[in-house]
Design a protein around this ligand. Structure first.
Ligand code: KIV
Ligand code: ZN
Length: 529
Protein backbone atom coordinates (compact mmCIF):
# COMPACT_ATOMS: atom_id res chain seq x y z
CA UNK A 1 0.00 0.00 0.00
CA UNK A 2 1.38 3.42 -0.99
CA UNK A 3 2.31 5.66 1.93
CA UNK A 4 -0.02 8.40 0.76
CA UNK A 5 -3.03 6.18 0.18
CA UNK A 6 -5.91 6.91 2.57
CA UNK A 7 -7.97 3.84 3.40
CA UNK A 8 -11.68 4.56 3.62
CA UNK A 9 -13.31 2.36 6.25
CA UNK A 10 -17.06 2.67 6.02
CA UNK A 11 -19.07 1.98 9.15
CA UNK A 12 -22.51 3.02 7.86
CA UNK A 13 -23.79 -0.49 8.48
CA UNK A 14 -22.39 -0.70 12.02
CA UNK A 15 -22.00 2.67 13.78
CA UNK A 16 -24.43 4.31 11.36
CA UNK A 17 -27.07 1.67 11.75
CA UNK A 18 -26.59 1.66 15.52
CA UNK A 19 -28.32 5.02 15.98
CA UNK A 20 -31.98 4.92 17.01
CA UNK A 21 -34.36 4.64 14.12
CA UNK A 22 -31.76 3.83 11.45
CA UNK A 23 -32.01 0.07 11.63
CA UNK A 24 -32.11 -1.73 8.31
CA UNK A 25 -33.29 -5.13 7.23
CA UNK A 26 -30.84 -7.67 5.82
CA UNK A 27 -31.96 -6.84 2.27
CA UNK A 28 -31.43 -3.15 2.88
CA UNK A 29 -27.98 -3.72 4.38
CA UNK A 30 -26.99 -5.90 1.48
CA UNK A 31 -28.11 -3.29 -1.03
CA UNK A 32 -26.13 -0.61 0.82
CA UNK A 33 -23.09 -2.91 0.93
CA UNK A 34 -23.34 -3.43 -2.85
CA UNK A 35 -23.42 0.30 -3.39
CA UNK A 36 -20.45 0.78 -1.02
CA UNK A 37 -18.54 -1.69 -3.15
CA UNK A 38 -19.42 0.33 -6.27
CA UNK A 39 -18.31 3.46 -4.43
CA UNK A 40 -15.06 1.57 -3.89
CA UNK A 41 -14.68 1.93 -0.15
CA UNK A 42 -11.75 -0.14 1.12
CA UNK A 43 -13.42 -1.62 4.19
CA UNK A 44 -17.07 -2.25 5.02
CA UNK A 45 -17.85 -2.75 8.70
CA UNK A 46 -20.99 -4.84 8.39
CA UNK A 47 -22.04 -5.05 12.04
CA UNK A 48 -21.35 -6.36 15.53
CA UNK A 49 -21.90 -10.10 15.06
CA UNK A 50 -22.26 -11.17 18.69
CA UNK A 51 -24.90 -8.58 19.45
CA UNK A 52 -27.79 -10.24 17.62
CA UNK A 53 -28.64 -12.96 15.17
CA UNK A 54 -29.51 -10.20 12.67
CA UNK A 55 -26.06 -8.60 12.91
CA UNK A 56 -24.33 -11.96 12.61
CA UNK A 57 -26.29 -12.84 9.49
CA UNK A 58 -25.74 -9.40 7.98
CA UNK A 59 -21.96 -9.58 8.39
CA UNK A 60 -21.72 -13.16 7.14
CA UNK A 61 -23.99 -12.51 4.16
CA UNK A 62 -22.05 -9.39 3.21
CA UNK A 63 -18.80 -11.34 3.63
CA UNK A 64 -20.14 -14.01 1.27
CA UNK A 65 -21.71 -11.78 -1.36
CA UNK A 66 -19.63 -8.62 -1.62
CA UNK A 67 -16.40 -8.81 -3.57
CA UNK A 68 -13.74 -6.12 -3.45
CA UNK A 69 -13.72 -4.41 -0.07
CA UNK A 70 -12.44 -5.97 3.13
CA UNK A 71 -15.34 -6.97 5.38
CA UNK A 72 -15.03 -6.23 9.09
CA UNK A 73 -16.99 -7.42 12.10
CA UNK A 74 -16.80 -5.67 15.48
CA UNK A 75 -16.03 -7.47 18.75
CA UNK A 76 -15.35 -6.57 22.35
CA UNK A 77 -12.13 -8.01 23.77
CA UNK A 78 -13.88 -11.16 24.95
CA UNK A 79 -13.64 -14.66 23.46
CA UNK A 80 -17.35 -15.03 22.64
CA UNK A 81 -17.40 -11.79 20.63
CA UNK A 82 -14.16 -12.50 18.81
CA UNK A 83 -15.25 -15.99 17.85
CA UNK A 84 -18.61 -14.73 16.55
CA UNK A 85 -16.85 -12.01 14.51
CA UNK A 86 -14.35 -14.57 13.17
CA UNK A 87 -17.17 -16.87 12.04
CA UNK A 88 -19.12 -14.01 10.50
CA UNK A 89 -16.25 -12.67 8.39
CA UNK A 90 -14.93 -16.12 7.44
CA UNK A 91 -16.75 -16.21 4.04
CA UNK A 92 -14.65 -13.21 2.97
CA UNK A 93 -11.49 -15.34 3.26
CA UNK A 94 -8.36 -13.18 3.24
CA UNK A 95 -10.58 -10.12 3.02
CA UNK A 96 -12.06 -10.72 6.47
CA UNK A 97 -11.12 -8.41 9.34
CA UNK A 98 -11.87 -8.61 13.06
CA UNK A 99 -12.14 -5.25 14.78
CA UNK A 100 -11.67 -5.58 18.54
CA UNK A 101 -12.15 -2.74 20.97
CA UNK A 102 -11.56 -2.03 24.63
CA UNK A 103 -11.96 1.22 26.57
CA UNK A 104 -8.66 2.74 27.70
CA UNK A 105 -9.38 6.24 29.08
CA UNK A 106 -9.04 7.02 32.79
CA UNK A 107 -12.77 7.69 33.04
CA UNK A 108 -13.69 4.34 31.55
CA UNK A 109 -10.97 2.50 33.45
CA UNK A 110 -12.18 3.84 36.77
CA UNK A 111 -15.92 4.06 36.35
CA UNK A 112 -16.77 1.42 33.80
CA UNK A 113 -14.33 -1.38 34.24
CA UNK A 114 -12.40 -0.67 37.44
CA UNK A 115 -9.34 -1.99 35.64
CA UNK A 116 -5.68 -0.99 36.09
CA UNK A 117 -3.33 -0.03 33.23
CA UNK A 118 -1.61 -3.40 33.30
CA UNK A 119 -4.91 -5.25 33.12
CA UNK A 120 -6.06 -3.17 30.12
CA UNK A 121 -2.81 -3.95 28.32
CA UNK A 122 -3.21 -7.65 29.09
CA UNK A 123 -6.82 -7.80 27.90
CA UNK A 124 -6.04 -5.87 24.72
CA UNK A 125 -3.09 -8.11 23.84
CA UNK A 126 -5.08 -11.28 24.57
CA UNK A 127 -7.96 -10.05 22.43
CA UNK A 128 -5.74 -9.22 19.48
CA UNK A 129 -3.89 -12.54 19.72
CA UNK A 130 -7.15 -14.44 19.85
CA UNK A 131 -8.39 -12.59 16.77
CA UNK A 132 -5.08 -13.18 14.97
CA UNK A 133 -5.62 -16.90 15.44
CA UNK A 134 -8.73 -16.52 13.31
CA UNK A 135 -7.77 -13.91 10.68
CA UNK A 136 -4.62 -12.16 9.48
CA UNK A 137 -6.22 -8.73 9.41
CA UNK A 138 -6.92 -7.44 12.93
CA UNK A 139 -7.85 -3.92 13.95
CA UNK A 140 -7.74 -2.75 17.53
CA UNK A 141 -9.59 0.31 18.90
CA UNK A 142 -8.84 1.82 22.31
CA UNK A 143 -12.35 3.15 22.96
CA UNK A 144 -12.39 6.77 24.14
CA UNK A 145 -8.85 6.98 22.76
CA UNK A 146 -8.93 10.77 22.40
CA UNK A 147 -9.39 11.11 26.18
CA UNK A 148 -6.75 8.52 27.06
CA UNK A 149 -3.40 9.75 28.45
CA UNK A 150 -1.17 10.06 25.33
CA UNK A 151 1.74 8.05 26.74
CA UNK A 152 -0.47 5.23 27.94
CA UNK A 153 -2.22 5.27 24.58
CA UNK A 154 1.15 4.93 22.83
CA UNK A 155 1.96 2.01 25.14
CA UNK A 156 -1.35 0.33 24.21
CA UNK A 157 -0.67 0.91 20.50
CA UNK A 158 2.79 -0.66 20.71
CA UNK A 159 1.49 -3.63 22.70
CA UNK A 160 -1.34 -4.45 20.28
CA UNK A 161 0.91 -4.00 17.24
CA UNK A 162 3.41 -6.40 18.84
CA UNK A 163 0.51 -8.81 19.42
CA UNK A 164 -0.36 -8.71 15.71
CA UNK A 165 -2.79 -5.82 15.13
CA UNK A 166 -2.36 -4.50 11.60
CA UNK A 167 -4.46 -1.37 12.16
CA UNK A 168 -4.86 0.65 15.36
CA UNK A 169 -7.89 2.89 15.31
CA UNK A 170 -8.05 5.91 17.63
CA UNK A 171 -11.69 6.71 18.31
CA UNK A 172 -12.95 10.07 19.45
CA UNK A 173 -15.86 8.18 20.93
CA UNK A 174 -17.70 11.11 22.45
CA UNK A 175 -16.78 13.76 19.88
CA UNK A 176 -14.65 15.67 22.41
CA UNK A 177 -11.55 16.29 20.33
CA UNK A 178 -10.52 19.52 18.62
CA UNK A 179 -8.43 19.41 15.45
CA UNK A 180 -5.10 20.87 16.66
CA UNK A 181 -4.92 18.72 19.77
CA UNK A 182 -6.21 15.56 18.07
CA UNK A 183 -3.68 16.00 15.26
CA UNK A 184 -0.93 16.36 17.86
CA UNK A 185 -2.06 13.16 19.59
CA UNK A 186 -1.92 11.23 16.31
CA UNK A 187 1.51 12.74 15.58
CA UNK A 188 2.68 11.58 19.01
CA UNK A 189 1.49 8.01 18.35
CA UNK A 190 3.06 8.07 14.89
CA UNK A 191 6.40 9.08 16.38
CA UNK A 192 6.18 6.60 19.26
CA UNK A 193 5.50 3.36 17.39
CA UNK A 194 8.12 2.43 14.77
CA UNK A 195 5.65 0.18 12.91
CA UNK A 196 3.43 3.21 12.20
CA UNK A 197 6.37 5.01 10.64
CA UNK A 198 7.48 2.02 8.58
CA UNK A 199 3.94 1.36 7.34
CA UNK A 200 3.87 -2.13 8.88
CA UNK A 201 0.85 -1.03 10.89
CA UNK A 202 -1.66 1.69 10.08
CA UNK A 203 -3.11 4.41 12.30
CA UNK A 204 -6.82 4.88 11.79
CA UNK A 205 -9.19 7.45 13.28
CA UNK A 206 -12.88 7.26 14.08
CA UNK A 207 -14.41 10.63 14.94
CA UNK A 208 -17.86 11.43 16.25
CA UNK A 209 -19.54 14.71 15.49
CA UNK A 210 -20.83 15.95 18.84
CA UNK A 211 -19.09 19.30 18.40
CA UNK A 212 -19.48 19.29 14.63
CA UNK A 213 -15.78 18.60 14.16
CA UNK A 214 -15.64 14.95 13.10
CA UNK A 215 -14.43 15.74 9.58
CA UNK A 216 -11.98 18.44 10.72
CA UNK A 217 -10.54 16.11 13.36
CA UNK A 218 -10.17 13.25 10.87
CA UNK A 219 -8.33 15.51 8.42
CA UNK A 220 -6.05 16.83 11.16
CA UNK A 221 -5.22 13.20 11.98
CA UNK A 222 -4.40 12.46 8.35
CA UNK A 223 -2.01 15.41 8.30
CA UNK A 224 -0.23 13.82 11.23
CA UNK A 225 0.17 10.31 9.95
CA UNK A 226 -3.22 8.55 10.09
CA UNK A 227 -3.82 6.54 6.93
CA UNK A 228 -7.26 5.09 7.55
CA UNK A 229 -10.41 7.12 8.20
CA UNK A 230 -13.59 5.61 9.58
CA UNK A 231 -16.73 7.31 8.39
CA UNK A 232 -20.33 6.88 7.29
CA UNK A 233 -22.35 7.94 4.28
CA UNK A 234 -24.31 11.13 5.10
CA UNK A 235 -22.48 11.16 8.44
CA UNK A 236 -25.15 9.03 10.11
CA UNK A 237 -24.24 7.42 13.42
CA UNK A 238 -24.56 7.49 17.19
CA UNK A 239 -25.90 10.84 18.53
CA UNK A 240 -24.62 13.61 16.21
CA UNK A 241 -23.17 10.99 13.91
CA UNK A 242 -19.77 10.04 12.51
CA UNK A 243 -17.45 11.81 10.09
CA UNK A 244 -19.25 12.07 6.74
CA UNK A 245 -17.57 10.04 4.01
CA UNK A 246 -18.54 12.41 1.21
CA UNK A 247 -17.11 15.44 3.00
CA UNK A 248 -13.81 13.75 3.80
CA UNK A 249 -13.35 12.39 0.32
CA UNK A 250 -14.21 15.66 -1.41
CA UNK A 251 -12.04 17.69 0.97
CA UNK A 252 -9.06 15.50 0.10
CA UNK A 253 -9.83 15.74 -3.59
CA UNK A 254 -10.76 19.42 -3.82
CA UNK A 255 -7.85 20.54 -1.64
CA UNK A 256 -5.31 18.19 -3.15
CA UNK A 257 -2.98 21.19 -3.22
CA UNK A 258 -3.07 21.35 0.58
CA UNK A 259 -3.20 17.64 1.38
CA UNK A 260 -0.17 17.08 -0.82
CA UNK A 261 -1.09 14.10 -2.88
CA UNK A 262 -2.98 12.17 -0.21
CA UNK A 263 -5.39 10.05 -2.20
CA UNK A 264 -8.19 7.60 -1.60
CA UNK A 265 -9.70 5.13 -4.03
CA UNK A 266 -13.32 6.37 -3.86
CA UNK A 267 -15.23 6.63 -7.13
CA UNK A 268 -16.66 10.06 -6.44
CA UNK A 269 -19.27 9.82 -9.21
CA UNK A 270 -21.09 7.28 -7.01
CA UNK A 271 -21.38 9.62 -4.00
CA UNK A 272 -24.84 11.09 -4.61
CA UNK A 273 -26.30 7.69 -5.49
CA UNK A 274 -24.83 6.25 -2.28
CA UNK A 275 -26.19 9.12 -0.23
CA UNK A 276 -29.70 8.70 -1.60
CA UNK A 277 -29.68 4.97 -1.12
CA UNK A 278 -28.48 5.23 2.49
CA UNK A 279 -31.02 7.96 3.17
CA UNK A 280 -33.85 5.80 1.87
CA UNK A 281 -32.68 2.58 3.49
CA UNK A 282 -31.99 4.16 6.89
CA UNK A 283 -34.96 6.57 6.74
CA UNK A 284 -32.61 9.42 7.62
CA UNK A 285 -33.48 12.40 5.50
CA UNK A 286 -30.47 14.40 4.26
CA UNK A 287 -30.76 18.05 5.23
CA UNK A 288 -31.06 20.35 2.22
CA UNK A 289 -27.94 22.34 2.99
CA UNK A 290 -25.76 19.31 3.76
CA UNK A 291 -22.35 19.67 2.12
CA UNK A 292 -21.89 17.70 -1.12
CA UNK A 293 -25.11 15.66 -1.01
CA UNK A 294 -27.80 18.10 0.17
CA UNK A 295 -30.23 19.30 -2.49
CA UNK A 296 -28.98 22.86 -2.11
CA UNK A 297 -25.28 21.96 -2.08
CA UNK A 298 -24.82 23.23 -5.63
CA UNK A 299 -27.90 25.45 -6.00
CA UNK A 300 -26.94 29.07 -6.51
CA UNK A 301 -29.78 31.49 -5.99
CA UNK A 302 -27.94 34.81 -6.04
CA UNK A 303 -27.98 36.47 -9.45
CA UNK A 304 -24.33 37.52 -9.11
CA UNK A 305 -23.29 33.93 -8.43
CA UNK A 306 -25.40 32.56 -11.28
CA UNK A 307 -23.93 35.08 -13.66
CA UNK A 308 -20.39 34.26 -12.50
CA UNK A 309 -20.95 30.54 -12.90
CA UNK A 310 -22.25 30.95 -16.43
CA UNK A 311 -19.09 32.86 -17.31
CA UNK A 312 -16.73 30.53 -15.48
CA UNK A 313 -17.92 27.78 -13.14
CA UNK A 314 -14.94 28.04 -10.83
CA UNK A 315 -15.82 31.63 -9.82
CA UNK A 316 -18.36 30.38 -7.30
CA UNK A 317 -18.13 26.61 -7.44
CA UNK A 318 -15.18 24.78 -5.90
CA UNK A 319 -16.35 21.37 -7.09
CA UNK A 320 -18.00 20.16 -10.26
CA UNK A 321 -21.40 18.74 -9.22
CA UNK A 322 -21.04 16.03 -11.86
CA UNK A 323 -17.89 14.86 -10.11
CA UNK A 324 -19.98 13.62 -7.20
CA UNK A 325 -22.79 12.27 -9.34
CA UNK A 326 -25.24 15.17 -9.53
CA UNK A 327 -27.12 15.74 -12.74
CA UNK A 328 -26.45 12.43 -14.43
CA UNK A 329 -28.92 12.45 -17.27
CA UNK A 330 -31.77 10.04 -17.10
CA UNK A 331 -34.40 9.32 -19.72
CA UNK A 332 -37.61 8.75 -17.82
CA UNK A 333 -39.64 5.63 -18.44
CA UNK A 334 -43.38 5.82 -19.15
CA UNK A 335 -46.32 3.48 -18.77
CA UNK A 336 -45.53 2.23 -22.27
CA UNK A 337 -42.10 1.00 -21.23
CA UNK A 338 -41.89 -2.77 -20.97
CA UNK A 339 -40.62 -5.07 -18.26
CA UNK A 340 -37.28 -5.54 -20.02
CA UNK A 341 -36.66 -1.78 -20.27
CA UNK A 342 -37.52 -1.35 -16.61
CA UNK A 343 -35.34 -4.31 -15.60
CA UNK A 344 -32.44 -2.88 -17.62
CA UNK A 345 -32.81 0.49 -15.91
CA UNK A 346 -32.87 -1.19 -12.50
CA UNK A 347 -29.71 -3.06 -13.37
CA UNK A 348 -28.07 0.16 -14.52
CA UNK A 349 -29.05 1.74 -11.20
CA UNK A 350 -27.25 -1.09 -9.48
CA UNK A 351 -30.19 -3.00 -8.02
CA UNK A 352 -29.91 -6.75 -7.90
CA UNK A 353 -33.37 -8.26 -7.86
CA UNK A 354 -34.72 -11.74 -8.44
CA UNK A 355 -37.16 -12.39 -11.30
CA UNK A 356 -40.08 -12.48 -8.88
CA UNK A 357 -39.03 -9.19 -7.36
CA UNK A 358 -38.75 -7.58 -10.79
CA UNK A 359 -42.25 -8.81 -11.54
CA UNK A 360 -43.53 -7.24 -8.31
CA UNK A 361 -41.77 -3.95 -9.00
CA UNK A 362 -43.09 -4.03 -12.57
CA UNK A 363 -46.68 -4.34 -11.43
CA UNK A 364 -46.19 -1.33 -9.11
CA UNK A 365 -44.45 0.45 -12.00
CA UNK A 366 -47.51 -0.07 -14.19
CA UNK A 367 -49.78 1.22 -11.42
CA UNK A 368 -47.87 4.46 -11.04
CA UNK A 369 -47.26 4.70 -14.80
CA UNK A 370 -51.03 5.00 -15.13
CA UNK A 371 -51.07 7.86 -12.67
CA UNK A 372 -48.05 9.89 -13.74
CA UNK A 373 -46.59 10.75 -17.09
CA UNK A 374 -42.95 9.89 -16.46
CA UNK A 375 -41.33 7.41 -14.12
CA UNK A 376 -37.91 8.73 -13.06
CA UNK A 377 -34.97 6.86 -11.56
CA UNK A 378 -35.88 8.12 -8.10
CA UNK A 379 -39.44 6.81 -8.56
CA UNK A 380 -37.98 3.43 -9.45
CA UNK A 381 -35.74 3.63 -6.37
CA UNK A 382 -38.82 4.18 -4.21
CA UNK A 383 -40.57 1.18 -5.80
CA UNK A 384 -37.55 -1.03 -5.24
CA UNK A 385 -37.43 0.27 -1.69
CA UNK A 386 -40.93 -1.03 -1.18
CA UNK A 387 -39.61 -4.40 -2.29
CA UNK A 388 -36.63 -4.27 0.08
CA UNK A 389 -38.53 -3.03 3.08
CA UNK A 390 -41.04 -5.77 2.57
CA UNK A 391 -41.39 -7.81 5.69
CA UNK A 392 -43.66 -10.82 6.02
CA UNK A 393 -46.94 -9.01 5.62
CA UNK A 394 -49.22 -10.03 8.43
CA UNK A 395 -51.63 -7.36 7.22
CA UNK A 396 -52.09 -6.19 3.65
CA UNK A 397 -53.98 -3.00 2.88
CA UNK A 398 -56.86 -3.44 0.48
CA UNK A 399 -57.88 0.18 0.48
CA UNK A 400 -57.97 3.44 2.35
CA UNK A 401 -60.68 6.03 1.69
CA UNK A 402 -60.71 9.41 3.38
CA UNK A 403 -63.12 12.26 3.81
CA UNK A 404 -61.37 15.45 4.70
CA UNK A 405 -61.62 19.18 4.31
CA UNK A 406 -61.60 22.33 6.41
CA UNK A 407 -65.25 22.00 7.44
CA UNK A 408 -65.57 18.34 8.28
CA UNK A 409 -64.20 15.86 10.77
CA UNK A 410 -61.47 13.94 8.94
CA UNK A 411 -62.50 10.31 8.62
CA UNK A 412 -60.68 7.33 7.14
CA UNK A 413 -62.04 3.92 6.25
CA UNK A 414 -59.44 1.21 5.96
CA UNK A 415 -59.80 -2.38 4.87
CA UNK A 416 -57.06 -4.89 5.71
CA UNK A 417 -56.57 -8.53 4.82
CA UNK A 418 -54.71 -11.16 6.82
CA UNK A 419 -53.81 -14.37 5.01
CA UNK A 420 -55.16 -17.63 6.43
CA UNK A 421 -52.63 -19.45 8.58
CA UNK A 422 -52.66 -22.61 10.64
CA UNK A 423 -56.09 -24.10 10.98
CA UNK A 424 -57.89 -21.06 9.57
CA UNK A 425 -59.16 -21.86 6.08
CA UNK A 426 -60.16 -18.36 5.11
CA UNK A 427 -58.38 -15.03 5.05
CA UNK A 428 -59.46 -12.52 7.66
CA UNK A 429 -60.79 -9.32 6.15
CA UNK A 430 -61.46 -6.42 8.49
CA UNK A 431 -62.75 -2.96 7.87
CA UNK A 432 -63.05 -0.03 10.23
CA UNK A 433 -63.23 3.72 10.21
CA UNK A 434 -61.33 6.20 12.34
CA UNK A 435 -61.58 9.92 12.92
CA UNK A 436 -58.62 12.10 13.71
CA UNK A 437 -57.02 15.53 13.65
CA UNK A 438 -56.35 15.09 9.97
CA UNK A 439 -56.79 12.38 7.34
CA UNK A 440 -53.41 10.79 8.12
CA UNK A 441 -54.17 10.65 11.84
CA UNK A 442 -57.59 9.14 11.07
CA UNK A 443 -56.09 6.45 8.80
CA UNK A 444 -53.39 5.51 11.33
CA UNK A 445 -55.97 5.28 14.12
CA UNK A 446 -58.08 2.94 12.01
CA UNK A 447 -55.02 0.75 11.35
CA UNK A 448 -54.22 0.67 15.08
CA UNK A 449 -57.72 -0.55 15.84
CA UNK A 450 -57.77 -3.17 13.11
CA UNK A 451 -54.35 -4.61 13.95
CA UNK A 452 -54.76 -4.26 17.73
CA UNK A 453 -51.54 -2.28 18.04
CA UNK A 454 -51.03 1.12 19.55
CA UNK A 455 -48.16 2.97 17.99
CA UNK A 456 -46.95 6.43 18.86
CA UNK A 457 -45.65 8.30 15.85
CA UNK A 458 -42.19 9.63 16.71
CA UNK A 459 -41.07 10.88 13.36
CA UNK A 460 -42.80 11.51 10.05
CA UNK A 461 -41.19 12.72 6.84
CA UNK A 462 -42.83 13.17 3.47
CA UNK A 463 -40.60 13.63 0.45
CA UNK A 464 -41.53 14.25 -3.15
CA UNK A 465 -39.50 11.57 -4.90
CA UNK A 466 -39.18 13.04 -8.37
CA UNK A 467 -40.35 16.05 -10.33
CA UNK A 468 -43.75 17.51 -11.16
CA UNK A 469 -47.14 17.81 -9.50
CA UNK A 470 -47.74 14.13 -10.10
CA UNK A 471 -44.55 13.12 -8.25
CA UNK A 472 -44.58 10.08 -6.01
CA UNK A 473 -44.74 10.98 -2.34
CA UNK A 474 -42.54 8.80 -0.15
CA UNK A 475 -43.31 8.65 3.55
CA UNK A 476 -40.74 7.47 6.10
CA UNK A 477 -41.85 7.28 9.68
CA UNK A 478 -40.70 5.94 13.03
CA UNK A 479 -43.11 4.42 15.49
CA UNK A 480 -42.83 3.56 19.16
CA UNK A 481 -44.91 0.47 19.99
CA UNK A 482 -43.95 0.67 23.64
CA UNK A 483 -41.17 -1.91 23.73
CA UNK A 484 -38.26 0.52 23.73
CA UNK A 485 -37.47 0.20 20.02
CA UNK A 486 -38.25 2.65 17.25
CA UNK A 487 -39.66 0.81 14.27
CA UNK A 488 -39.31 2.35 10.81
CA UNK A 489 -41.89 2.14 8.06
CA UNK A 490 -41.89 3.31 4.46
CA UNK A 491 -44.52 3.69 1.78
CA UNK A 492 -44.82 5.45 -1.56
CA UNK A 493 -47.78 6.51 -3.65
CA UNK A 494 -48.95 9.40 -5.78
CA UNK A 495 -51.51 9.88 -2.98
CA UNK A 496 -49.80 11.06 0.21
CA UNK A 497 -52.52 9.70 2.52
CA UNK A 498 -52.16 6.26 0.96
CA UNK A 499 -48.34 6.56 1.22
CA UNK A 500 -48.71 7.41 4.93
CA UNK A 501 -51.07 4.51 5.61
CA UNK A 502 -48.78 2.12 3.73
CA UNK A 503 -45.74 3.34 5.67
CA UNK A 504 -47.53 2.92 8.97
CA UNK A 505 -48.75 -0.56 8.06
CA UNK A 506 -45.19 -1.44 7.02
CA UNK A 507 -44.04 -0.45 10.55
CA UNK A 508 -46.90 -2.42 12.14
CA UNK A 509 -45.93 -5.52 10.13
CA UNK A 510 -42.27 -5.11 11.11
CA UNK A 511 -43.28 -4.80 14.73
CA UNK A 512 -45.54 -7.88 14.63
CA UNK A 513 -42.86 -9.80 12.80
CA UNK A 514 -40.09 -8.93 15.26
CA UNK A 515 -42.42 -9.64 18.19
CA UNK A 516 -43.09 -13.13 16.88
CA UNK A 517 -39.35 -13.67 16.25
CA UNK A 518 -38.56 -12.58 19.81
CA UNK A 519 -40.75 -15.32 21.28
CA UNK A 520 -38.31 -17.81 22.85
CA UNK A 521 -37.10 -20.18 20.16
CA UNK A 522 -37.33 -23.85 21.02
CA UNK A 523 -33.92 -24.61 19.62
CA UNK A 524 -31.00 -22.29 18.86
CA UNK A 525 -29.81 -22.48 15.28
CA UNK A 526 -26.46 -24.24 14.97
CA UNK A 527 -23.48 -21.95 14.54
CA UNK A 528 -25.28 -18.82 15.68
CA UNK A 529 -23.70 -16.76 18.46
O1 KIV B 1 -17.01 5.36 18.81
C1 KIV B 1 -16.34 4.37 19.11
O2 KIV B 1 -15.50 4.39 20.01
C2 KIV B 1 -16.58 3.15 18.37
C3 KIV B 1 -15.56 2.06 18.53
C4 KIV B 1 -16.18 0.74 18.68
C5 KIV B 1 -14.60 2.11 17.39
O3 KIV B 1 -17.50 3.07 17.60
ZN1 ZN C 1 -18.23 5.13 17.02
Amino acid sequence: MKKNRIIIFDTTLRDGEQCPGASMTLREKLEVARQLARLKVDVIEGGFPVISEGDFTAVSTIAKEIKGPTIAGLARCVPRDIEAAGKAVAPAGKKGRIHVFLATSKLHREFKRGTAHSQILKLAVEGVKRARNLVADVEFSPEDGSRTEPDFLAEVCQAVVDAGATTVNIPDTVGWAVPGQFGELIGHLHDSVPEFRSGKAIISVHCHNDLGMAVANSLAAVENGARQIECTVNGIGERAGNAALEELVMALKTREDYYEGLKCGIKTGEIVKSSRLVSRMSSFVVQRNKAIVGENAFAHSSGIHQDGIIKKRETYEIMDPEDVGWGQTELPLTKHSGRAAMAMRLKHLGFKLTDDEITNVFSRFKEIGDKKKFVYDDDLGALVDGQMTKVPETWVMEYVNVTSGNQTVPTATVRLRKAATGRAKKDTVLEDAGVGDGPVDAALKAIDRLTETRGRLKDYALRGVSQGKDALGEVSLKVDFGDGELVTGKGASTDVIEASAKAYLNAVNRHLNSRSRKKPARKKAKGQP
